[in-house]
Design a protein around this ligand. Sequence first.
Ligand SMILES: Cc1cc2nc3c(=O)[nH]c(=O)nc-3n(C[C@H](O)[C@H](O)[C@H](O)COP(=O)(O)OP(=O)(O)OC[C@H]3O[C@@H](n4cnc5c(N)ncnc54)[C@H](O)[C@@H]3O)c2cc1C
Length: 296
Amino acid sequence: MDLTFSEKETAFRDELRGWLADNPPSPEPTDGGEDANYAWRRDWQRKLYDAGWAAPGWPAEYGGRGASLTESAIYFEEIGRARVPLPANVLGLLLGGPTLMVWGTDEQKDRFLAPILSAEEIWCQGFSEPDAGSDLASLKTRAVKDGDGWVVTGQKVWTSGAQYSKWCMLVARTDAEAAKHKGLTYFLMDMEQDAIQVRPLRQITGESEFNELFIEDAWIAGDCLVGGVGNGWKVALTTLMNERAGLAFFLQVRLRRLLDDLIDEAAARGLLEDDVVADKLGALHVKTEILRLTAY
Ligand SMILES: Cc1cc2nc3c(=O)[nH]c(=O)nc-3n(C[C@H](O)[C@H](O)[C@H](O)COP(=O)(O)OP(=O)(O)OC[C@H]3O[C@@H](n4cnc5c(N)ncnc54)[C@H](O)[C@@H]3O)c2cc1C
């Protein structure tokens, strides 16, 4: 595999690198907690959006630049290199939008894509449940047809950013009799309703990146179903494929950045001469490179 960039890819990188150098985000807030941090990332997304850099991988007709996969990889590498944050609506930009482009109706694309790009409406991903993680298709959250829409009851977990979200990509069971992968349907659930309780999960770092969702008779309008009844597994796979190509690519860049900091810190303390430290850093370097090449 040849990972040398073409002239077009190098020009893309240079333009982005120049823009990031000239347009850094405002300083990260030091107080105000996670809410202030989130507002800061939302402002950052608006700045990216105004310059056409919020989602270069989206087709031009939806407000992107039609960037190739390699250019999208360059985008994440440059964001990591410039040490700027990911846009606030990362799940909408990387997962939700691309899923709608494949499976959404024209009306859904018109309604949802623009506010994802501008960070007007934040999205979260309601897939995992307490007994359905790796085995996602065993999920139990139920959606029952009711007139023009659907009524949903169940529990989700690890829902990143739910506390800031307007829309949730929700996979729910609509047919309990069908084989487990076939009884699922993909919905867009409006998070602004009393029937949904969002409870933050406190991590060891003190932050609450993700949440539990308790859903008791929540309402989903009929036009918020994506890809057809019983087709939820296929639609969810589209979301997950985009998660791997986009989000996972950025996360390995972030890991590289953290490791470089650690190596600098060890060097500053004169610890690179210590065989044990050098061995451990070397092993971490190899693992990080493996992740980077796997991501490519
Ligand atoms: C930072 C972060 C953010 C996340 N954000 C979201 C989100 O926004 N929305 C969302 O829906 N989910 C989210 N998740 C959840 C994530 O997708 C789940 O953690 C994942 O699906 C794994 O499920 P689990 O945690 O229940 O682990 P489990 O499925 O219980 O797995 C536990 C362990 O058992 C192993 N294992 C499981 N099954 C088998 C098997 N059959 N054979 C051998 N080994 C097995 C696994 O490899 C793992 O090591 C997030 C997770 C993380 C870490």
